[in-house]
Design a protein around this ligand. Sequence first.
Ligand code: SF4
Ligand code: ZN
Length: 754
Amino acid sequence: MSKYIATRAIRGATGLVGEAERMLSQAIADKGPETPVQFPNTAYYLPTILGLTGREVSTLGDLVPLMERARSLLHPVPASQLWKPYLGETLDAGVGTLLAAETIEAVRFVNGEQPERWPGFEMGGGTDYPHLKDGHLNGPIDDIQLRSWGIQLVDGRMPGFAAIVGCAKSNEVAVELVRQLQQRNILIFLSGNVNGRSIIHQLQEEGVEMGYDTYIVPFGTDTISAIYALGFATRSALTFGGMKGGMPREIFLYNKFRVFAFVLALGEVDDLKYAAAAGAISYGFPVIADTVIPEIRPSGVTQYEHVISMPFDEIQAENDLERAKKMVQKAIEVRGVKIRVTEVPIPVPYGSAFEGEVVRKNDMRVEFGGKHTRAFEYLYMADSDQVEDGKVSIVGPTFADLPEQGAMDMGIVIKVAGRKMQTDFEPVLERQVHYFINGASGIQHIGQRDIAWIRISKAAADRGFNLEHFGKILIARFHADFGAIVDKVEVTIYTDPDKLKFWLEKARTAYDFRNRRLADLTDEAVTEFYSCTLCQSFAPNHVCVVTPQRLGLCGAYNWLDCKASFQINPTGPNQPINKGTTIDPVKGYWSGPIEFTRQASHGFVQDVSLYSIMENPMTACGCFECIVMLIPEANGVMVVSREDPSMTPAGMTFSTLAGMAGGGLQTPGVMGVGKYYLTSPKFISADGGFKRVVWMSSILKQTMADEFVQVLEREEAPGFLDQVADETICTDVDGLLTHMTEVGHPALEMDPMF
Ligand code: SF4
Ligand code: ZN
């Protein structure tokens, strides 16, 4: 351990704790100790403080003992010339720094100084949180966003995050660093500056789209805002890992082993950055600096090196872009996770970080589908000798002669063959087209089947992106992701009107067939359900039982997906569960799922019913799309969507409720579900089904309107949805009961729920 680093970290921590103390006493003097303190849209109070100390800070006064704690962690700056293992002191300084940094941000929130103002700045992509739209940086990440990344984090699509602090050598280098990270689907958190200039300025100047959907989140231009990265890490442990506040050791270990993260320190490292780095090291996150600084070698805290110095100009490479590339490679190597990148032979960058990009009309070269034209995609299986692997054909004209911002019809027809391929997997694979095509930078894909809508940006077209590349993407990705069931892939792009018409009809016949197949696919009709234990990497005791009529609560896996996934990876997280003997078909008890869940939950869940929320409901991890919860007074349930930040009649927002619903615990009356489960005839069918819904987030009513039409037909209750309240009608129980009485909601007449 370097005395130099210890000295500087302790000095930095001492300075910051002093500043936090000053700010806090000033705020208390001005506003009083009872003044409420909170970060927006989180149920975890000040998350790092909660995690490390167990304290639920809600007023300025609550922060006072924390500052005493932070001060007690400050050791004297080492003076002796003797070698001493300063690691303990340095890590203490790191933790003190974290407590002080979060305190400072909390006080700044009270003062209206957070998130940082940045006139004109707008979070890009599909980031759709109104409070982020009015000219400031992001500040802390919402619980909602953390959860919606959950499934990607647990299934490894999003390996983890990189916290970049400071300013890159040049704008060019800044852009290359984030592109390299984006291509590996690594989340990017930005903070800090060097002499007033931040990497956020650099990216902004280069027109890089920052936002949740592009995986680039600007926290703030000072070092202190890097605390939000550790708040995110802490909440990962609390949200998905089932840890509780006040378990710092467990939270550190969780992050060390399960959260892949590292810090890139760009530019000069001052005392405060050393202190913050010491905080990151406690979490097991190594720090890679692009300047000359003393290194810290492994000693058990991080898995690998703690601090790596990689002076940028000394990196052996042809130019700065290559150096940036090598720096990212090194960081990933140091953190030690194998990241699988599929090489996709196209002229634009490729990776999930580009999935959320929006191509606006003005930036568009050409579109297929949408208002004026039609685009469809159709995947079918064929005999092996009828598929020429790797071949892409274009039948009809390209868009070369089309005016700028033109539109044309297009059909993408994919023919696959494989010994393990089944007709049932056709829709599973076809649904991937959306994700695969969206991964290309400058390409936007919306919808599916014959309502697909694809845009190519001018920038992508200028780089040479053409129709053929759709095929190249699909071939590369199907081989990479579904190689276990697909041996050959051939793609034909149709723009010729006659051919297109012919294939569109064929496709529609297939869609119809699949719809009927899905309708026939009931829980009674099969002998096997599937498990999903993917989320056990984060929620160790949670098991999803996925049936034809109840999809996984994340919404990402239905029964067919699980079936295909089992074929792809027979020892993976999706195992067939033989139904076994029927114990109670109404409540949904079968011996198979019960035995499986008992064993896979390590005994935490003894019994599980598949159709009841009141009796042994299925558990949830953290990535549910909606929460269903009993409202006893109303004799019914409410359904709140992850996207809905409003108050609910349960007296809690989604964020707060999520803490009760998740973690693999069984809580009668509360359940996390996938939104399509709402449309299933098996939706809490043991408790009365869909008619029990008394309140539902309006966003669900809107986005699922088409699906609900069919549900209402089935329930023979055409006007029912108007009887269901939402947040625009009421957000408390009294209002709910008044509304229910006014509209004569059926739940009032139904049997008592318990
Ligand atoms: Fe996680 Fe369940 Fe979705 Fe599987 S189905 S990924 S366990 S939420
Ligand atoms: Zn999950």
